[in-house]
Design a protein around this ligand. Structure first.
Ligand SMILES: *Cc1c(COP(=O)(O)O)cnc(C)c1O
Length: 408
């Protein structure tokens, strides 16, 4: 074990101050300065170790430096990294086929960031609406949920109802209709002849890991089918093993028309996102109608293929279920003792801190002092999303620290 260096020798405060002075303040990071990481553990520039209970908002589901993912990336780096989509490369078809098979869908359209995949899904839904459903030109609407988080582009923040995300960035694109999250009747009532799609998160991550009532996703599926409307599930944060199943929709045995994937799809190495759907939906796009220079690049596809391979065995999903049970039991014991409420599914939890204990931020700062990294959201909620490779022992230790912090 390393011992804590004397304060005057610490590099972290200096580097944190440099970062703070030379970047836009669109984030308020904890003042930890990470230098390297392995598995569920990160080490800062001063040699202090931290258990990562955020996992890059689920982008690091397989942990830091997963050997198989690193091997795939290193091998591909030496072979071929970029062609653009003007040419086909040898990883492209295999990635699309393997990810399509994992999701049970015909086609995959790879992009880079989550927000781009959401934008892509919106374009596909509109095109499908005009071309297949026969909606009148420029009239297509998409139903979204209150409290949604789908990314940061201007179209996407335009249908956010978080004032920080939205205010000051208008004018916004029209064509989005809001309904309360988790209310299947309100959703059915909002559908009219202009509706081309319903786009929701199967669990709202950014909103604080909000889990809809049982049966909601199934009802959404039935309503969409009955009304010839696409069900688009934004599984960017919820999907790829996080909840103990490959997709969060799997918990209700629901298959959406469109999966929107990102975050963990890049294995914590490169940004990889994708829209995954059957031919009758994604097939509406013709050459020139959509694109991305980096989307589906060889390095992304090689890493993405390894991600799919890691998930196809089901071991990581099983692990998320098992460790998730441990986490849920520990967290539920805290309700009424420094914690107001806990919501969890698999290895993913939203913990509402009792304001008497402090803000979510204060709790995260106290956790950092104890060698645990987590992130607050919406003032008093802490989101826990450990890498799925965390050991039961390390996870237990991390939760011990949370118990100590909230119980003073
Ligand atoms: C993170 C996230 C996005 C946006 O992904 P980026 O890669 O940050 O653009 C979209 N939807 C959900 C549900 C997310 O969690």
């Amino acid at each position: 074990m390393t011992t804590t260096p004397v304060a005057s020798a610490l590099r972290a405060p200096e580097l944190a101050a440099l970062a703070d002075s030379r970047t836009a303040h669109n984030y308020h990071p904890l003042p930890v300065v990470v230098e390297h990481a392995e598995g569920a553990w990160m080490t800062d520039v001063d040699g202090r170790r931290f258990l990562d209970l955020l996992a890059g908002y689920s982008a690091l589901n397989f942990g830091h430096g997963h050997p198989a993912l690193l091997r795939a990336a290193h091998t591909q780096l030496d072979r071929l990294t970029l062609t653009s989509r003007a040419f086909v490369h040898d990883q492209f078809g295999a990635f699309c086929a393997e990810l399509g098979d994992l999701a049970g869908k015909d086609l995959v359209l790879p992009m880079n960031t989550g927000a781009e995949a959401v934008e892509t899904a919106i374009k596909v839904a509109r095109k499908w609406g005009y071309q297949v459903k026969g909606v009148a030109d420029d009239q297509a609407t998409i139903i979204v949920a209150h409290g949604n988080f789908h990314g940061r582009t201007t179209t996407v923040v335009g249908f956010s109802d978080d004032p920080d995300a939205r205010n000051g960035f208008g004018p916004f694109a029209p064509g989005f209709v809001h309904v309360p999250y988790g209310d299947a009747e309100a959703l059915a009532a909002a559908i009219d002849e202009t509706t081309v799609a319903v786009m929701i998160e199967p669990i709202q991550g950014e909103a604080g890991v909000l889990i809809p009532p049982d049966g909601y996703l199934r009802a959404v599926r039935e309503t969409c089918t009955a009304n010839d409307v696409l069900f688009m599930a934004d599984e960017i944060q919820a999907g790829l093993g996080r909840t103990g199943r490959t997709f969060a929709c799997d918990h209700e045995d629901v298959v959406p028309d469109v999966y929107i994937l990102g975050k963990a799809l890049g294995g914590g190495i490169v940004p990889v996102s994708a829209v995954v759907a059957d031919r009758d939906v994604l097939g509406v796009l013709r050459p020139g109608q959509h694109g991305s220079t980096f989307g589906g690049n060889p390095l992304a596809c090689a890493v993405g293929r390894e991600v799919v391979s890691l998930l196809s065995g089901g071991d990581l999903q099983a692990r998320a279920l098992e460790l998730g049970e441990l986490m849920r039991e520990r967290l539920e014991a805290l309700v009424g003792h420094g914690v107001h409420a806990v919501r969890s599914r698999g290895l993913w939890a939203g913990v509402d801190i009792d304001p008497a204990v402090g803000t979510g931020r204060a709790v995260c700062e106290a956790l950092m002092e104890r060698g645990v990294l987590a992130k607050d959201t919406h003032g008093s909620t802490i989101r826990l999303a450990p890498p799925l490779v965390v050991t039961a022992e390390d996870l237990s230790w991390g939760l011990d620290q949370l118990v100590d912090v909230v119980q003073g």
